[in-house]
Design a protein around this ligand. Structure first.
Ligand code: DGL
Length: 306
């Protein structure tokens, strides 16, 4: 018998996960769109990056993480804040955990096709994403009017992941060089005929190098990521399932200022990798205190046959 009241279930956290810290860019949009929700974010940094690993590995990790978040944190929904994991594992997850509300992310191919004026669009994503069946289908569906120029960016997510702890010239130089090499390989950006006026950031990590990309491409080129649309879709699905958490009436809230309700009461960030790296990323990109972060008490499921 299910003894959970609907109200209690609506108050359960939303799970969000990525191969590492990239999905924090999606978490940021989720917190903005859904300020009354509780979130548990899992960074699988011990196994990042996923993009150059192969489907079987990513599927095994994704399933293990979804099961862990459900069993240990009682999540009411899971946002796969990783394009690579969505491409490789969302179908499997739907089949294995049919009662879990799932939200995946995929590169913003459709919005880019609709908004590009020059009808040339660049796409940066991981190798796993660009070689996936889902991605190829997406590009085919929206590629009638628009030419997509696609680049698999090996090493970029790893460099961003490393940059959280190793602040300094070496990492910055590596990220800048990778961004320069990959945007150069894509071709000419700009507003003239035949140039790409739009760049799709098809990996959640790349949102954190927008500044570097802007320096290379200029301000006219639009950079599109999926944080905000994914957050809106999460809201729609929660509403439809009547699982949206509503704010408590003021009288029921203990006499503490809203400010005093610490981020950690509504937000837990957990990692399979370095705690210091997650804390550094949380502080740098989301302005969150170190107290939000812990190490995942999760068995180290590394698929042995892979
Ligand atoms: N952040 C992930 C994505 O959106 C994956 C990066 C990686 O682990 O390779 O694809």
């Amino acid at each position: 018998m299910n003894t959970r009241s609907p109200l209690l279930f609506a108050a359960s956290p939303i799970g969000v996960f990525d191969s590492g810290i990239g999905g924090l860019s999606v978490l940021q949009a989720l917190r903005h769109e859904l300020p009354h929700e509780h979130f548990v974010y899992l960074a699988d940094s011990a196994h990042a990056p996923y993009g150059e690993r192969g489907d079987a590995f990513v599927q095994a990790r994704t399933l293990a993480i979804a099961q862990y978040l459900r069993a240990q944190h009682g999540i009411k929904a899971l946002v796969i804040a990783c394009n690579t994991a969505t491409a490789a594992a969302v179908d499997l997850l739907r089949a294995e955990l049919p009662d879990l509300l799932l939200i995946g992310v995929e590169p913003a191919i459709k919005p880019a096709a609709l908004s590009s004026q020059t009808q040339h669009v660049g796409v940066m994503a991981t190798r796993g994403t660009v070689e996936s069946r889902r991605f190829k289908k997406l590009v085919q569906e929206h590629g009638q009017q628009v030419q997509f120029h696609v680049q698999a960016c090996d090493g970029l997510a790893r460099a961003i992941e490393h940059s959280t702890l190793q602040e300094g010239d070496v990492v910055t130089t590596e990220i800048a060089a990778l961004c320069r090499d990959y945007t150069t390989a894509l071709g000419r950006f700009g507003l003239k005929t035949g140039e790409m006026d739009t760049l799709v950031l098809g990996c959640t990590h790349y949102v954190f190098v927008k500044d570097e990309l802007r320096v290379l491409l200029g301000l006219d080129v639009q950079l599109i990521d999926t944080g905000a649309p994914v957050a809106r879709q999460t809201r729609r699905l929660l509403e439809r399932a009547q699982l949206l958490n509503h704010p408590q009436p003021a009288a029921q809230i203990a006499p503490r200022s809203v400010q005093a309700l610490g981020a950690s009461e509504h937000l837990q960030l957990i990692t399979t990798g370095s705690l210091a790296a997650l804390q550094a990323a949380a502080a740098r990109w989301l302005d969150l205190p170190a107290s939000c972060c812990t190490v995942a008490a999760m068995p180290a499921v590394v698929p042995s046959a892979i």
